[in-house]
Design a protein around this ligand. Sequence first.
Ligand code: NAD
Ligand code: MG
Length: 385
Amino acid sequence: MLNKKKIAILGATGSIGTQALEVFREHPDAFEVEVLTAANNADLLIKQSQEFLPNTVVIGNEALYDQVFQALDPLNIKVWAGENALCRVVEMEELNLVLTAIVGYAGLKPTMSAINAGKHIALANKETLVVAGALITQMAAEKGVNIYPVDSEHSAIFQCLVGEFHNPIEKIVLTASGGPFRGMKTEQLRQVTKAQALKHPNWEMGAKITIDSASMMNKGLEVIEAKWLFALRTEQIEVVVHPQSIVHSLVQFQDGSLKAQMGLPDMKLPIQYAMGYPERLASTYPRFQFTDYPQLTFEQPDPKSFRNLGLAYEALKKGGNMPCILNAANEVAVENFLKDRIGFLEMSDLIEHCMAKASFMEKPTYEDYVASDEETRNIATGFIN
Ligand code: NAD
Ligand code: MG
């Protein structure tokens, strides 16, 4: 590669962020770390910065500014703090690409800021498209910004679409592992614990997405994410449970042909593809062996026991700010489940309640999304207390 891509990682200390840095370690000729950010993990942010020597770092928690400044100022690394700094740092002239690996609604504003500044996006933060997909895709089109998916399913679809630009998609099929509770019915799900929900069979991820995977909300969010990334109608998006997580997703074209992308479950691959696109960079990661997987199996999801997937489809069909309401309610639900304040099934009750109670808006602006997120969080908190 002639020019190294200069990249900002928002959320460098998380599961996606740290795996992205492993990709940088493998490809020092292709990528350069320009910006690193974290919310609270100052120790790791400092360690990462000492290794990768970014131009600027942002620590979200302003109380930790002094610690980070004292460690990094001698290395000539600029240190900023606070939420506004996140939105400003992505405007830096040198940046070619911003990897959004923050979790939740907090990713929306800095992503908008990056798009406004004309930076291409490698999008891990799916909540951004769930909350404001119409707005984000419109802004990206106006600014000529590409959004490269990092989510493994969407990366699979994106890879299947290479060379197919003029061929309409009949439908896509998103695969879901089914999570730790696959096959369980409502009565069993009532008893499950936080510790069980935090043990995902195939992927090591941050706490929020791990709970979302156990409840199938992750797949619901991914259905909405897919709609915006690939300009699909709701009826064109299907979900199939595939417990081995080898087939990462599929596209069916008008001739009935299905294309799938496969590989071992390893987020470094979709991260690297999003950062390196259109090139496929060589990697030494373990290869898939057919003999290790004599059977790849597929089954229907169980919407009766896992209600979140149905709620997400409902939100998508309703449109407007309903996916924003779904997302805010889910963030409150997961947070309270992780604090042992509500049970596993009550998460769906809470989301359903918020979708019925929060004010609906057909064509929300950014300010409407902010208001809707806040209103929903209040309704959700009231429901719990
Ligand atoms: P994580 O919790 O491991 O890491 C989150 C990162 O964001 C951390 O660096 C944290 O410091 C930062 N952060 C958290 N809250 C913040 C806030 N309010 N402001 C600024 N920074 C904040 O999460 P993760 O598992 O890496 O997931 C990140 C995103 O990627 C999520 O949207 C998730 O759905 C998506 N994703 C993750 C995986 C995965 O394998 N982990 C796979 C697909 C998609
Ligand atoms: Mg995924």
